[in-house]
Design a protein around this ligand. Structure first.
Ligand SMILES: Cc1ncc(COP(=O)(O)O)c(C=O)c1O
Length: 366
């Protein structure tokens, strides 16, 4: 039985990356006002509506030193569908899609759906960082795309500028397109800095950026994300007959969100940081568990290899016995991901404390 099928209502679910923060009030107000006004906000999105959204995105992302034009911005109902559209738009049958191990499931579930082949590159250096040689080794004449999840879900890696430069050089040399999934860009800790791969030399024209409102603004249910397609890739783009555009009033609210104020996001980041420090420390106090202090996103990724129990079984038995559903970190990749649990820190410290106490008890009794 898969761990997902535990349906006990008494089970505390802390397995999906759904923030426990509500959308900022100024974003809700923008959406409500737009619905009440009707007209352009409640019909098919006009050029004016998409332009307002596109401008807000370009203005926002310029903080990374990358200048886009509003017409390059394509809004989607969440970034999950953007990932699919970009892969289906640019991958052809027989192409190889490089993806890191570990990474978010859609990054490797989608390429085979469109006839491409996954080629996993291990994040083996230190705590889930990249040795560029590992990437070089996997390049073939069929390498077409690299999926870069930065910051990484599930391991929280924030790729350094040097890593990104090395990735950029390899991609330019081998004519590889990068799908940059940067949806956790606002959550980085301990002085780590988010850099855009598109800002590296030769990369703007070969990077498709994918972003989401789900995590940044606690807006998972609003379904709002986007991808930014460089003009240079348009001739290679296979248009997908998918109607993925969100509602016009959601686009308006999305523009409002990016225009700020940003104190909401700063507070959320500080809260995740507090949870991160608590949870990681506590994990390392449990015999048989080791957990690195992740650098970005909001997932703890404890290593339980010493317990010699398959992670899927751990997750299932933990849910059955202690009524806490976490996720199987081993499902995020074929090799490096193995032996890990993944816990999204989307609950307050008091609840995380209960989770860690239960985990300690459960492990003692194994
Ligand atoms: C790395 C990454 N990309 C994309 C998504 C999809 O998010 P959404 O469709 O809610 O925008 C997720 C969701 O957890 C994710 O972790």
């Amino acid at each position: 039985m898969s761990s997902r099928r535990v349906r006990d209502p008494d089970v505390l679910r802390i397995s999906s990356g759904d923030p426990d923060f509500e959308a900022p009030s100024y974003v809700k107000e923008a959406a409500i006002k737009a619905i009440q006004e009707g007209e352009k906000w409640t019909h098919y999105a006009s050029a004016e509506v998409t332009d307002e959204f596109g401008k807000a995105v370009c203005n926002y992302y310029s903080k990374y030193g990358v200048k886009y034009e509003p017409a390059q911005v394509n809004a989607t109902a969440g970034s999950g569908v953007a990932l699919y559209i970009v892969m289906a738009g640019l991958l052809k049958p027989g192409d190889e899609c490089l993806t890191f191990d570990p990474t978010f499931g859609s990054h490797f579930r989608t390429p085979p759906e469109v006839g491409a082949k996954n080629v996993f590159v291990p994040l083996n250096k230190g705590h889930f960082h990249l040795d560029p040689e590992d990437l070089k080794k996997k390049i073939t004449p069929k390498s077409r795309m690299l999926v870069l999840c930065n910051p990484n879900n599930p391991a929280g890696t924030v790729f350094t500028k040097d890593e990104l430069k090395a990735i950029a050089e390899i991609c330019v040399e081998n004519d590889i397109v990068v799908l940059a999934d940067e949806i956790y860009n606002e959550f980085v800790y301990d002085g780590h800095k988010h850099y855009a791969i598109a800002a590296m030399e030769g990369m703007k024209e070969r990077t498709v950026l994918v972003m989401s409102y789900s995590k940044t603004f606690g807006m998972t249910g609003w379904r709002l994300g986007y991808y930014v397609l460089p003009k240079e890739l348009e001739p290679k783009w296979k248009s997908i007959p998918a109607r993925a555009q969100p509602a016009s009033f959601i686009l308006h609210a999305g523009a409002a969100a990016l225009n700020g104020p940003w104190d909401y996001v700063e507070k959320a980041c500080a809260e995740y940081d507090k949870r991160r420090k608590f949870f990681v420390k506590r994990m390392n106090e449990i015999k048989g568990v080791s957990c690195h202090m992740f650098e970005g996103a909001f997932y703890a990724y404890p290593n339980i290899k010493d317990l010699k129990i398959p992670t899927a079984k751990f997750v299932q038995d933990f849910a059955a016995k202690e009524k806490v559903q976490i996720s199987d970190g081993g499902s995020f990749g074929p090799v490096v991901a193995q032996g890990h649990l993944r816990v999204p820190l989307v609950k307050p410290v008091e609840i995380l404390e209960t989770v860690t106490d239960k985990m300690e008890r459960f492990i003692k009794d194994l």
